[in-house]
Ligand binder design. Structure first.
Ligand SMILES: [Zn+2]
Length: 163
């Protein structure tokens, strides 16, 4: 088994949809980024890549590459899952914490988990998404942006332990 860790943050801007874990969330602002700036998916992708020491999301999907402009990050996640499969690994489980002062994310957590679970072909019970605030501290507390942390465990496929 191998462990991976990922972190991502994006700034809030006006005029963009807020997309987290592939869910479009009603809010006055969205996150700035080349793709859909989905911090939840980006953190998970980096954790999965990190577990196999495959670099980071920016290396695999550079912002200079027009193929990825505005693309759903769930598409990137499917690519990352395929990279793991190429090396005969599958996601065992993942735990993601998204840090946001606002909006309230609880109503959308289940749909995020379902989207992630489908993208990586893992059971829902293996994908955890949690949301927290920072009690007003830091850039997330000022609602200047959002951040997400992810850890994951990956296992060789074909051992009965994989995703
Ligand atoms: Zn990102």
């Amino acid at each position: 088994m191998r462990i991976g860790f990922g972190y991502d943050a994006h700034a809030f801007v006006s005029g963009r949809a807020l997309i987290l874990g592939g869910v479009t969330i009603p809010y006055a602002r969205g996150l700035q980024g080349h793709s859909d700036a989905d911090v939840v998916v980006h953190a998970l992708c980096d954790a999965m890549l990190g577990a196999l020491a495959l670099g980071d999301l920016g290396q695999h999907f550079p912002s200079t590459d027009e193929r990825w402009r505005g693309v759903s990050s769930l598409c990137l996640l499917r690519h990352v899952a395929a990279l793991l499969a190429e090396q005969q690994y599958g996601l065992h489980n993942a735990d993601i914490t998204v840090v946001a002062q606002q909006p309230r994310l609880a109503p959308y957590i289940t749909q995020m988990r379902q989207n992630l679970s489908a993208a990586v072909d893992a059971e829902l019970g293996r994908i955890s998404v949690k949301a927290t605030t920072t009690d007003g501290l830091g850039f997330t507390g000022r609602a200047a942006g959002m951040a997400a942390y992810a850890v994951c465990l990956i296992c060789p496929q074909g051992t009965g332990q994989g995703g």
